[in-house]
Write a protein that binds this ligand. Structure first.
Ligand code: KIV
Ligand code: NA
Length: 273
């Protein structure tokens, strides 16, 4: 059963959110009973093989968002607005957000930042019926300007910027705010100050919810270890080993077996000679 925004906001237990990028990803997340699915623009890194989220396009997000929705028709779905699709004015942002909602069936969009311009976009979208999730702290789309992919909010200036940004996003109408890679105590303070839920990633245990990149929690990439993620499985290793076993069995003619093969009557075969 899909939760409504008020239900998400009043949940007694922490909100569980994971990313998904395709039909099986959506299916697994929904079957596991998560509260919200995010089609993150981390798509660029974990699925498309880019080294940042900047190259991800609106049509990439729509293509993958539609597939996720087909796998998870009954789960609250948020789709990230990719870099450049909400930075050229409120009219463009509205047009692109409407396209995402109409073409993917998403329930909400998410965007990074809390500049004056982005707050205007959040205000405009949320007043016109498009629920928005905000995102402060580490913002991968503009990480170069933030000094690289590293934790934010550690010094006076950055902590204040992050807190003020989250407060301003709530005031602008965001119904939830993602806090990425900030000190746990700062995230706890922001969570206390906001009345809308905070959803943390690398932001400690005191947020109103948690989000993880599915590929990180499934251990899709062997040998990788990110501080902010926990590997709940080693699917990368399992996948490689399965393919290695298949390759060995093909080479030794152990696969396919009789069970994998079709049979025909002898007389049909006889007539071919
Ligand atoms: O793109 C993404 O996966 C995200 C989450 C890490 C919050 O924005
Ligand atoms: Na993102």
């Amino acid at each position: 059963m899909k939760l409504s925004i008020p239900e998400l906001q009043q949940a007694a237990k922490p909100i569980v959110m994971v990313t998904a990028y395709d039909y099986p990803g959506g299916k697994h997340a929904q079957a596991a009973g998560v509260d919200m699915i995010l089609v993150g623009d981390s798509l660029g890194n974990v699925v498309l093989g880019y080294d940042s989220t900047a190259p991800v396009t609106l049509s990439d997000m729509i293509h993958h968002g539609r597939a996720v929705r087909r796998g998870a028709p009954d789960t609250f779905l948020v789709v990230d607005m990719p870099f450049g699709t909400y930075h050229t004015g409120t009219t463009d942002a509205m047009r692109n957000a409407v396209k995402i909602i109409q073409e993917t069936g998403a329930d909400a969009v998410k965007m990074e930042g809390a500049t004056t311009e982005i707050l205007q976009v959040v205000d405009n979208l949320s007043r016109n019926g498009i629920p928005v999730v905000g995102h402060v702290g580490l913002m991968p789309q503009t990480a170069t300007a933030q000094g690289g992919l590293k934790a934010q909010g550690k010094d006076d200036e950055s902590a204040k910027l992050t807190l003020d940004g989250a407060v301003a996003l709530e005031q602008a109408g965001a119904f939830a705010v993602v806090l990425e890679a900030i000190p746990a105590r700062l995230a706890a303070l922001i969570t206390e100050k906001l009345s809308v839920p905070t959803i943390g990633i690398g932001a400690g245990v005191n947020c109103d919810g948690q989000v993880l990149v599915t590929h990180d929690l499934l251990g899709i990439y062997e040998g990788e270890q990110k501080k902010i993620a926990k590997r709940y499985a080693e699917l990368g290793k399992l996948s490689r080993e399965a393919i290695e076993q298949y390759a060995a069995e093909v080479r030794s003619r152990q696969f396919p077996t009789r069970e994998n093969s079709f049979v025909m009557k002898d007389d049909v075969l006889d007539k071919l000679y």
